[in-house]
Every structure is written in C-alpha cells, then in structure tokens.
Design a protein around this ligand. Structure first.
Ligand code: UT7
Length: 335
C-alpha cells in the first residue's frame, strides 16, 4: 500500500546577491553616519545593492536554480511557485515571470507580500497546498530590492537595508518535516514601518477628480519596531516549538530575519539559547527583507552549520505588522 503524501520535506535552498558592495564607510560619505555607529547598533558592516540597470528577477532566478539543483529537480517538476516580495518589478506581480524564465511551465505562480515575514508566510502557504495533496512540489522564492525605496538622506533607514534573493524547495512526503508553524499579524502597528503611497489629485473633468499615485520612501520608527520584535518574536517561536513538542535547546540552528544583531542576541537570551546557535549574515548583507531568512539558511548550509537532519527554527518579523515562526527538520527524508 502506498503511503499518503501529506507531509512536507525541505530539499533545496539557494541564494543570490548583487555584485555591488556598499560599505558603512562608503555610506558615511553620503549621509551623516559612521561605521562605528552602524556596526555597534546593528551588526552591519556592508550590504549589496542592485545597480540601476539590474533586475531583481535575475536574482530570484539564480537563487531558484540553485535550490532546484540542490533538490535534484528541474523546473518542470514544480507545481507551485510563490514569490515573496514587497518590491516586485511590476505591481501586478512578478512570480509568473520568474516561473516562465525558470521554465516552470506546469506551475501556478503568484506573489505574496508580508514584508520581512514574507518568506515564512509563503512557506506556510505552500505547506497548505502540499499537505492537502493538491500539489507535490513547490518553490518559495523571496526577493527584495529595498535599496530602491530608500531616502538616502534619512540615516534612520538608509543604513539598514540591502538587496538579495533566496529560495527553497518543498516536496510532499509521507513523514512530515514541518514540525510547527505559527503566523501572526496586527495592523494596529502598521504605521511603525511603511512604504506608503503618495499622490496628487488630478481633475479629469469639472466634477470628477482622481488620484495619481506613487510610493514614498520607507519610513520606520526604529525604536518601536525594535521593542515589538524583542517582545513578540520569542513568543511566536515558543508557540511554534510547543506545536513541535520541542524545547528551545533541542533546536540545532535558529535562522531569523536579519534586522539587527541586538535583536538576535535578545531573542537568544529570552529563549535561553547560546547566541552562536543563531545564524547571522547581517555583517555582509544587512536587512534584505523577505530574502534574509533563505539567504542565511543557504549560507548556514554551505558553511556546514546546517546539515541534513538539523532541527531548525525560521522566524520573520516586520511591516504589517507581521511575524511568524516555523520549526522543521532539514533535508530529504530517506525513502
Ligand atoms: O526589517 C523590519 C524590522 N526592522 C527592525 O527590526 C529594525 C528595528 N530597529 C532597530 O534595529 C533600531 O531601532 C535601529 C538600528 C533602527 C536604531 O537603533 P537605536 O539604538 O534604536 O537608535 P535610536 O533610533 O534610538 O537613535 C539613537 C541616536 C539618535 O540620536 P539622538 O536622538 O539620541 O541624539 C539618532 O538620531 O542615534 C542617531 N542615529 C544615527 N546616528 C548615526 C540614528 N541613525 C543614525 C545613523 N548614524 N545611521
């Protein structure tokens, strides 16, 4: 008798960053700041930035190809592609373009926006399609180009962000490797971190006016977002761990959204876990929004910090407000 494929396994990860590096010292020539301030407050030393003619979808494509290759699959195997992004190249969505360029002609593709929590929300969404038996193979790709939406004179925000993409392959399997999942949102805190619309009124005719709309640069109340993250992220991780029936010390590696090293350290302290169990790429890539979790996961895999069978916590938090955590066992289940 064949077993029902109602579980999920995590079989491939990939990443892609723009070539161009922007260091803290270089930024200090643009805006009043210093390497000392940025590094001591955030852990960031440098970030990668998309050039004016570069395309975010190229990064999404490269990350996806690496993840598929590691999973031993081709794009034709994919049933579902979810692109987690707040910065699509086209406001109508970019997922179907990524799928088409990959050659994933069988897959249905759509965008999902949940800011810096986008990757975790997208994995949670893909998981539902796999668990119900609707699809067997899914690609979640997270790509963001937030440096294109910064006010480079606002030192409260412009020093924090970088661009990048990461991707992960999920496959249906009999023994579920997604051990716990908890997603949260609260729009009452939405004003803390926004990339808002701006616009002007245009009179179409004497008695009919419309609005011509654009986007303003990112605004963030850093202190409030910091307090929110340190308060809520440990709670949502504990809830996901409770669902997985695991304790915090049974997790091999924590892969959290990379916003601030001090947030990672505070969460580690609250969970009573040594800080070196928290993977970090903040120093090199800064905050790449939805992409930061899969980029950090990929580096953890490449460095050997994460192995097949490792128990992982992935967690995101950010605008919306949104936050969430999942617990999983990494790698392909042996048949
Ligand atoms: O990805 C979404 C989630 N985002 C986050 O989780 C970000 C959460 N927030 C943070 O990481 C931190 O709040 C920041 C890194 C954004 C700021 O760190 P902080 O320790 O909270 O600094 P602060 O905002 O309290 O500012 C302290 C001082 C201020 O000067 P005064 O008012 O004390 O004289 C700022 O004007 O530092 C000043 N400052 C800077 N100085 C040099 C702010 N930005 C800079 C800068 N360089 N880039």
């Amino acid at each position: 008798m064949t077993q029902a494929l109602t579980g999920i396994q995590f079989t491939g990860v990939g990443k892609s960053l723009p070539q161009r590096v922007l260091t803290n010292d270089q930024l200090a020539t643009v805006v009043e700041t210093s390497d000392e301030w940025i590094h001591s407050r955030t852990g960031i030393r440098e970030r990668r930035v998309l050039g004016p003619t570069e395309n975010l979808l190229d990064l999404a494509l490269a990350a996806s190809e690496q993840a598929l290759c590691q999973a031993g699959l081709t794009a034709l195997d994919l049933d579902l592609v979810i692109l987690a992004t707040s910065t699509p190249e086209d406001l109508f969505g970019s997922a179907s373009r990524v799928a088409a360029r990959l050659g994933a002609v069988r897959a249905v593709a759509f965008d999902l926006t949940a800011a810096c929590t986008g990757f975790v929300f997208a994995v949670g969404t893909a998981a539902q399609f796999l668990r119900t038996g609707c699809y067997r193979t899914a690609l979640v790709v997270a790509a963001d180009g937030l440096t294109r939406w910064l006010d480079w004179q606002d030192r409260n925000t412009c020093v924090l962000f970088g661009d990048g993409a990461g991707a992960m392959v999920l496959e249906a399997c009999p023994v579920d490797q997604l051990l716990g999942l908890e997603l949260r949102s609260d729009g009452r805190g939405a004003d803390m971190l926004t990339l808002p619309t701006t616009g002007e009124t245009v009179a179409l005719m004497a008695d009919l006016a419309v609005r011509n709309q654009q986007y303003a640069p990112i605004y963030m109340n850093g202190r409030d977002v910091y307090r929110f993250a340190v308060r809520e992220v440990p709670v949502v991780i504990e809830k996901a761990l409770h669902r997985a029936q695991l304790r915090s010390d049974q997790v091999d590696c924590y892969v959290l959204h990379q916003a601030n090293q001090r947030i990672l350290d505070a969460v580690a302290e609250r969970l009573q876990v040594p800080p070196d169990r928290f993977a970090t790429t903040l120093d090199r890539y800064a905050n790449t929004s939805a992409a930061s979790v899969p980029i950090t996961l990929c580096e953890g895999w490449e460095s050997g910090q994460i192995r097949s069978g490792s128990v992982l916590v992935m967690a995101g938090f950010g605008a919306g407000l949104t936050w969430g955590a999942l617990v999983c066992r990494w790698g392909r289940v042996s048949p």
